[in-house]
Design a protein around this ligand. Sequence first.
Ligand code: DC
Length: 232
Amino acid sequence: MVITIDGPAGTGKSTVAMALAERLGFDFLDTGAMYRAVGLEALRRNTNLEDPRELAFVARHARIDFDWAKHPPTVKLNGETVGHLLRGGEATRAASYVAVVPAIREMLVAQQQRIGRERQNLVTEGRDQGTVAFPKAEFKFYLDATPAERARRRVAQLRSRGEIVDYNEVLGGIVSRDTRDATRSVGPLAVPPDAQVIDTTRMTQQQVVDAMAERVRAASAAASRSAAPAGG
Ligand code: DC
């Protein structure tokens, strides 16, 4: 079974996806980490981030895989565990250049689909998982929240790490990133037509995980009832 979770940054997607996978005993795929890993490799090779051909070359020669024995799975770049290096500002910025290159998206989506075939049960999280990577997924969720709330969460997260940040600047960044994500030609951020949309603005992460797990449980129960022989 594949469960996709899409939505913009700041909706708590990663944390919630990881918790849902844990709750259901599914594997967890963080597709943003793949774009970030290519971004990190591009930085290490001093690549011109504005040049899609150079970025595609870097992506073709980088080996990205996951250690599935770990929970959550750790990301490896050319055999090196790099998870802790992917969340910094530089890798985040580089990933946003990587994510708009169609050739790289094709490569990474193909790899995600291969992982989907290999892992028995998967919760996968990103921007295009229900629309492009797994259009036939059994469950699709789309998490949303107002830009103001997403900015508030991001500011709280950065301040808890001791960073000095300005709310309006963070909000501006979120709004412009949304526009870029939604208007790019390949794999734009979009609500899959058959997705269940959850507005997380006034919800805790725990409530979001509970709501998702309950919907999966209810649908699985209904499916097994209709598959059971009648009259039994
Ligand atoms: O979810 P995240 O912040 O880790 O994503 C990192 C970058 O990769 C961000 O610019 C969005 C992009 N991304 C994407 O375009 N498609 C995905 N499936 C996952 C991430």
